[in-house]
Write a protein that binds this ligand. Structure first.
Ligand code: HEC
Ligand code: HEC
Ligand code: HEC
Ligand code: HEC
Ligand code: HEC
Ligand code: HEC
Ligand code: HEC
Ligand code: HEC
Ligand code: HEC
Ligand code: HEC
Length: 314
């Protein structure tokens, strides 16, 4: 039995009763007893913890006095609904943190212990997906993303969410600053437009079952089916696009013709960079063609519904 973290042993109370009945009083009852809650709820905490930043909790959904599902509803444990039993902490005038659960990536309480405090109430909307998610597997605490003592939790707002996520995901932070990017920096989209941070059925915590399904939830014009499919498009949008950002226009992984030439080698016509000599039948030099790529002619690169669109040109 651990002495310093009574919560680790769910059966601590039962065991204590058994020990008492057998006349074996534990040497340090306070540490082995079921942790006690403070007598006066939040009032006993606020006497010491009166930092205005902490008090902003009272402007959030968690502090609604008439929401019986929440910490401050009828019979609610108030501060201790999240922070755990604080009786010993109060009696020790704050000096002894035992029993108190603190939150965040650098907290004393281990992530699983922190998250259990939250998941007890958030069964229906979070717990189900969470258990199998990559974030749970990597022991990311809820409070690494969520800030609860704040009028507005930054991770819940489109404009501020990316900053929270990229505090850990540096590569995506770099991508957002590339010339072509989804409008996250502009505050019009969030990481959660594509990702389900609590867990998902798809790969990479995506909201869809596949990359393509995720993309076409917004870009429905490319969902198909097309009369003339372009196989890599039907397969996976990320064959050609980088979702997070690219130095190439249109979030392309590389620029045509190189993009196309990863798969097409001299097919039908020499697939060299578009000089006039590269075109079917040769032809006069043309600034338009020299500057362009394959998509100048094969404009329907995502697929075509035109009866004669086999070559994706109309
Ligand atoms: C008598 C004053 C006092 C009371 C009452 C008190 N605390 Fe504390 N609390 C402290 C002090 C002092 C610390 C800092 C302890 C330390 O840094 O080791 C602390 C630390 C904490 C921490 C950890 C914060 C951190 O920075 O790691 C939490 C969470 C906390 N208290 C919550 C509560 C709750 C909930 C209650 C009410 C049940 C409560 N406290 C009642 C004085 C108090
Ligand atoms: C005593 C139950 C309870 C506990 C414990 C609890 N919550 Fe909640 N939480 C609620 C209720 C009730 C709501 C409001 C739901 C609603 O009305 O949409 C809520 C709302 C939220 C919201 C949405 C806030 C918003 O503005 O929309 C987040 C995020 C959240 N909780 C995270 C957490 C985290 C993280 C923890 C653990 C540190 C936690 N909760 C602990 C009951 C609880
Ligand atoms: C990786 C970051 C991250 C972690 C970790 C995380 N969340 Fe969230 N959470 C979010 C984001 C982002 C949203 C907003 C989702 C949206 O807008 O679709 C959210 C929304 C919520 C909501 C409100 C929406 C709803 O589904 O009712 C609750 C409640 C919530 N989270 C609780 C939790 C709990 C409990 C945990 C820990 C078990 C947790 N979250 C862990 C990022 C996170
Ligand atoms: C719904 C869950 C929840 C409730 C209710 C709650 N807290 Fe917290 N508390 C947290 C989380 C999560 C953190 C981590 C920082 C944050 O999210 O703002 C935290 C952080 C703290 C800290 C440490 C602050 C720091 O700077 O490190 C103290 C002290 C604290 N809470 C005291 C309280 C007191 C006092 C109450 C009651 C008035 C209370 N909390 C109610 C979830 C909660
Ligand atoms: C437009 C949709 C979209 C948005 C918005 C988006 N992602 Fe992604 N993300 C993806 C796709 C698709 C993948 C799958 C791998 C790939 O194609 O790069 C992915 C993969 C990831 C991965 C795994 C990378 C790897 O190689 O293992 C991380 C981490 C990630 N995204 C974080 C973020 C963060 C953080 C944000 C917000 C700043 C964000 N994403 C915004 C679509 C998106
Ligand atoms: C505290 C650090 C932290 C924060 C904050 C965080 N993540 Fe993560 N994330 C991780 C870790 C750790 C992993 C698992 C290891 C990995 O894949 O890098 C992960 C994995 C992922 C993955 C990849 C899953 C896979 O299959 O490869 C995605 C996508 C992702 N996070 C998105 C987000 C989004 C969106 C947010 C913000 C809402 C966010 N993360 C916030 C730490 C974090
Ligand atoms: C939540 C909706 C949404 C999802 C999901 C989404 N996009 Fe977008 N996409 C947008 C918006 C909004 C723009 C910007 C349009 C504008 O600026 O006119 C955009 C722009 C683009 C652009 C043009 C970028 C440029 O620089 O011109 C490409 C390419 C693109 N998306 C591909 C994808 C791919 C690939 C996926 C899947 C990984 C995806 N999108 C998922 C909403 C979405
Ligand atoms: C074979 C490579 C390839 C694949 C696979 C692909 N695209 Fe594209 N996409 C392109 C090219 C090339 C462009 C630039 C077109 C241009 O410049 O006319 C583009 C442009 C776009 C644009 C921007 C259009 C605009 O008007 O700015 C969006 C949005 C887009 N693609 C979405 C998708 C989606 C969604 C998927 C998956 C269903 C997908 N793409 C799969 C090659 C591809
Ligand atoms: C990831 C590999 C890949 C990439 C990248 C790719 N394609 Fe394709 N493309 C294919 C495959 C596979 C087919 C189907 C070939 C078949 O059915 O014989 C195809 C078919 C075509 C066709 C129709 C030819 C036919 O005979 O049906 C054209 C035109 C075409 N691609 C143009 C392009 C252009 C332009 C680009 C660059 C924007 C491009 N492709 C990028 C794999 C790719
Ligand atoms: C000036 C317009 C033009 C440009 C630029 C162009 N194509 Fe074509 N492409 C055509 C025409 C016309 C055909 C049909 C040729 C034929 O039937 O002889 C064709 C045919 C094809 C085919 C089908 C070949 C077959 O055997 O069915 C593929 C694949 C293709 N092009 C890929 C590309 C790629 C990759 C690029 C860029 C490197 C490119 N095209 C640039 C006009 C163009």
């Amino acid at each position: 039995m651990t002495r310093t973290r009574p919560w680790r042993t769910a059966g601590a109370a039962a065991l204590l009763v058994a020990l008492m009945a057998a006349g074996i009083a534990p040497a340090r009852a306070e540490e082995t007893a079921a942790p006690a809650y403070s007598a006066k709820g939040a009032d006993s905490c606020l006497g010491c913890h009166d930092d205005p930043a902490l008090l902003s909790l009272f402007k959030t959904k968690h502090a609604r006095p008439r929401d019986d599902r929440g910490p401050f509803g009828h019979g609610g444990l108030q501060c201790e609904a999240c922070h755990g039993p604080g009786g010993a902490h109060v009696r020790a005038r704050g000096k002894q943190p035992a029993g108190i659960v603190d939150f965040g990536p650098h907290a004393l309480a281990p992530p699983a212990r922190q998250n259990a405090q939250c998941l007890g109430c958030h069964q229906s909307n979070v717990a189900h997906e969470w258990a199998a998610s990559q974030h749970a597997a990597s022991e990311v605490p809820c409070a690494a993303c969520h800030t609860l003592h704040a009028t507005h939790d930054p991770v819940l707002a489109t404009a501020t969410q990316a900053e929270v996520c990229t505090s850990c995901h540096q590569a995506e932070h770099t991508d957002l600053f590339k010339p072509s990017h989804h409008p996250l920096r502009e505050g019009k989209m969030a990481c959660s437009s594509c990702h389900a941070p609590h867990g998902s059925q798809g790969p990479f915590l995506l909201i869809g079952n596949t990359v393509t399904e995720t993309c076409t939830s917004c870009h429905s014009e490319y969902r198909g089916p097309f009369l003339w499919e372009h196989q890599p498009v039907a397969e996976d949008c990320s064959n050609c696009h980088d979702a997070h950002g690219s130095a190439q226009p249109s979030l392309l992984k590389t620029r045509p013709p190189f993009l196309c030439q990863q798969c097409h080698e001299g097919a039908g016509h020499p697939s060299i960079f578009n000089g006039p000599q590269g075109l079917p039948g040769g032809g006069a030099p043309s600034a338009y063609l020299l500057a362009g790529g394959c998509v100048n002619c094969h404009t329907q690169v995502h697929g075509s519904n035109h009866p004669s669109g086999r070559l994706l040109m109309r």
